[in-house]
Design a protein around this ligand. Structure first.
Ligand code: ZN
Length: 293
């Protein structure tokens, strides 16, 4: 991927070196507290790339008045050390490119894209959706409209999930941005309302559609990156490998029954990522209207 040619975003908050302990922090407005163990369990159940693990359990803190979630530190970003400058620059430029693409697409739809911020952290960091930590993987928090990303995850993607390459990493960012697009378009609110009336099995099925739509939106970004000659010949394969590698069936190695899938199988994730890549049209990403996903 020719990410050096992409415009760097101003919306990356480099919080590496500012992490805190994650034990027993409040995650809801109702005074509920969960210990680290319970939280990790929820996060594992919700699997990789969750929108926000807590939202599936109706415990999401949306940043409403009276929230007991601690505000993130307001200190200025720590200077990145030389070793990490490449990851920082990569994330800034990939994010900047998603901003350019989605700004243009929203303009075409007659509206304005309000870009999210992306928090780069190391270890753990507080979010409005609970503590972000390396084990949870990257996620988007609708409550504070930020993407949380530990660049250590990129190493995981290469080693544990067998999906190396810069475009594989860009896919991860673009997927989380896809969730922000869902938030901007109101899809996420509709999802929360519908999911609140469902049993666990139905909710999982709906969650899969939400995740697959984010994959399709990642593909839409990829379509425009390709059109501007920002991709290398094997980039699409890298992205497809990443989309497949993080399918629920791959992550859980078949230990989770399909009804419990919340993100979609490798085949489903690949299919919807390809859909966005082929069309470049967000309207082609209506996974909720599809009879089968
Ligand atoms: Zn997701």
């Amino acid at each position: 991927m020719r990410w050096g040619d992409m415009r760097p975003s101003d919306n990356v908050e480099d919080r590496r070196g500012e992490g805190g302990g994650g034990r027993g922090f409040p995650i809801g407005g109702g005074g509920m507290r969960l210990g680290g163990g319970a939280l990790i369990l929820i996060v594992v159940v919700s699997l990789l790339f969750g929108v926000n693990p807590m939202s599936f359990l109706g415990m999401v803190d949306t940043g409403a008045p009276g929230s007991s979630v601690p505000a993130p530190p307001t200190r200025p970003a720590a200077p990145a050390n030389a070793k990490d400058d490449a990851s920082l620059a990569f994330v800034q430029r990939t994010l900047g490119d998603t901003e350019d693409v989605w700004s243009a697409l929203f303009k075409n739809m007659g509206s304005r894209y309000d870009a999210p911020r992306l928090v780069l952290f190391a270890g753990s960091y507080p979010s409005a959706c609970g503590m972000a930590d390396t084990a949870a993987g990257p996620f988007y928090c609708p409550g504070d409209r930020k993407v949380y990303l530990d660049t250590a995850f990129f190493g995981e993607l290469a080693r544990r999930f067998g999906a190396p390459g810069d475009f594989a990493q860009a896919y991860v960012i673009a997927h989380e941005i896809g969730h922000h697009v869902q938030n901007e378009l109101g899809t996420m609110r509709e999802y929360d309302q519908a999911a609140g009336r469902m049993d666990a099995r139905q909710r999982n099925a709906l969650s899969v559609r939400l995740e697959l739509q984010a994959d399709c939106y990642a593909g839409v970004w990829g379509y425009y990156a390709a059109r501007r000659n920002l991709l290398d010949p094997n980039d699409v394969d890298e992205g497809l490998r990443a989309a497949a590698a993080v399918g629920d069936d791959m992550i859980t190695k078949g230990r989770v029954a399909p009804d419990a899938f919340t993100h979609g199988t490798a085949a489903q994730r690949t299919r919807w990522f390809k859909q966005g890549l082929a069309t470049g049209d967000p309207r082609s990403c209506n996974t909720f209207a599809a009879r089968d996903v």
